[in-house]
Design a protein around this ligand. Structure first.
Ligand code: CA
Length: 225
């Protein structure tokens, strides 16, 4: 399951995307213009953004530029939707910051294949079905043990949950709210300083790999690959 942000002003097009994403098991969120899209992207750190280029106010390319300039959203993959063939050359350019693009009118099946391909690409390597491997970290989900550069490290169950949540989104920032919800399960009642103190303890246990657990100012935390 992935959180996918759709930035599209046409309600019918947005709704169609929403239905197909849900059917594929994902959690879509809608923004009807670029400014709203930027706010949602920054606060919820989605796994993927589907961005229409034809938007009122800021167009898709401008939204894309802002997403790439912000450390909180720099690494979120973007699929751009474009109606005009004339825009294609700019979008195809590597400097545009777009990961993939689809021209309108598009086949929803084709778009969903690209969504799956991008989401697969950014998943951490699964070693067997019960292990996650990120950089020098090896996380055994079945036995709840962690190897740091091959050395076993003892984590509390909350620290373990925090680490696996970050590892599942490796490379992308995870918003504080999402960490609180996924790790503690009841975000509204959790003092967010609890999160910071757990991150501090987790870092100290990661030893030389502590630098891999980055603070993303204003958003949350990221485990870099
Ligand atoms: Ca549009």
């Amino acid at each position: 399951m992935a959180r996918v942000l759709i930035v599209e002003d046409e309600p019918d097009a947005a709704h169609l995307l929403e239905i197909h994403l849900r059917k594929a098991g994902h959690e879509p969120e809608l923004a009807e213009n670029g400014a709203r899209g930027l706010v949602i992207a920054r606060t919820t750190s989605p796994d993927l953004i589907i961005l229409d280029n034809m938007l009122p106010g800021m167009n898709g390319m401008e939204v894309c530029r802002s997403l790439r300039e912000d450390p909180a959203t720099r690494q979120v993959p973007i699929i751009m939707l474009t109606a005009r063939a004339a825009e294609l050359d700019r979008i195809k350019g590597l400097e545009s910051g777009v990961d993939d693009y689809v021209t309108k009118p598009y086949s929803i099946k084709e778009l969903m294949l690209r969504v799956q391909a991008i989401l697969r690409r950014r998943q951490p390597v699964e070693v067997g079905s019960q292990k996650l491997s990120v950089g020098g970290l090896e996380i055994d989900l079945a036995s709840q043990t962690v190897l740091v550069n091959g050395e076993p490290e003892r984590l509390t169950s909350l620290e373990f949950k925090l680490l696996t949540t970050l590892a599942r989104h490796a490379g992308a920032p995870v918003a504080r709210q999402n960490l609180l919800t996924e790790v503690w399960g009841y975000a509204a009642n959790t003092d967010s300083r609890t999160l910071d103190s757990h991150v501090r303890r987790l870092r100290s246990k990661l030893g030389p790999l502590a630098v891999k657990l980055e603070t993303v100012q204003g958003t949350g935390y990221r485990l870099v690959v």
